[in-house]
Design a protein around this ligand. Structure first.
Ligand SMILES: Cc1cc2nc3c(=O)[nH]c(=O)nc-3n(C[C@H](O)[C@H](O)[C@H](O)COP(=O)(O)O)c2cc1C
Length: 206
């Protein structure tokens, strides 16, 4: 069975919540996924001023050993100016030795995001994440439309997910909770991802 790790960064908890739902999706497809967070780089003072909740200590921090040990990844990234947060690039900036040795080459990865609003960077954040994947030779597995066509094409209800990956819109004040539909899409992304990588690991998957 392919070993899947879900690695996320979350300041306000939205991506953390989505990570748990993506994990349920992997489980529902017969897989297993462990959740990790990347290290916080903001000072406690800065976090307090932002009104961020205390970082939960029960989720372990991912080091580059996690990237080495696992076969496949689902990465959760909140948007910053349509791009990745500093914490995300700091995490990848520590992976130079993996890059030189091609350790991650061929490992599959999917991505999910959160943004304040529509057009706030759902797709650009994921496409910027692809720089890391491409340089490491990883295989990007998009969500696509196949299993989420009704949800992603529903223009009656707002949804932070796209074919690039599931997502949630948190609103300009950051208080909007993920809708049922967004959570459904996140779960389907976990399922779809695991069903896709099952094929890649077919000879190893019982
Ligand atoms: C410095 C900063 C920049 C941000 N830039 C954007 C942005 O460009 N577009 C957007 O929609 N939301 C933006 N946001 C909102 C965040 O994406 C939102 O707080 C985040 O998705 C919440 O996820 P989390 O609870 O997992 O941290 C920004 C937030 C901060 C603090």
């Amino acid at each position: 069975m392919a070993k899947v790790a879900i690695i996320f960064y979350s300041t306000f908890g939205h991506i953390e919540k989505l990570s748990k739902v993506v994990q349920e999706g992997v489980l529902s497809a017969g897989g297993k996924a462990d959740i990790y967070r990347v290290e916080e780089t903001l000072s406690e003072d800065a976090l307090l001023k932002l009104g961020a909740p205390a970082t939960s200590t029960e989720i372990p921090v991912a080091g580059k050993d996690v990237l080495e040990d696992y076969d496949a990844f689902l990465f959760g990234v909140p948007t910053r100016f349509g791009n990745v947060p500093a914490e995300w690039s700091t995490f990848w900036d520590q992976t130079g030795s993996l890059w030189v040795n091609g350790t991650l080459n061929g490992k599959p990865a999917g991505l999910f995001v959160s943004t304040a609003s529509y057009g706030g960077g759902q797709e650009s954040t994921i496409s910027n994440c692809l720089n890391y994947l491409v340089h490491h030779g990883m295989i990007y597995i998009p969500l696509g439309y196949k299993n989420v066509f009704p949800e992603l094409s529903n223009i009656e209800e707002i949804n932070g997910g796209t074919a690039w990956g599931s997502g949630t819109l948190v609103g300009s004040d950051g208080f909007r909770a993920a809708s049922k539909q967004e959570l459904k899409v996140a779960k389907i992304q976990g399922q779809t991802f695991y069903n896709t990588i099952k094929c890649l690991y077919a000879s190893e998957t019982p």
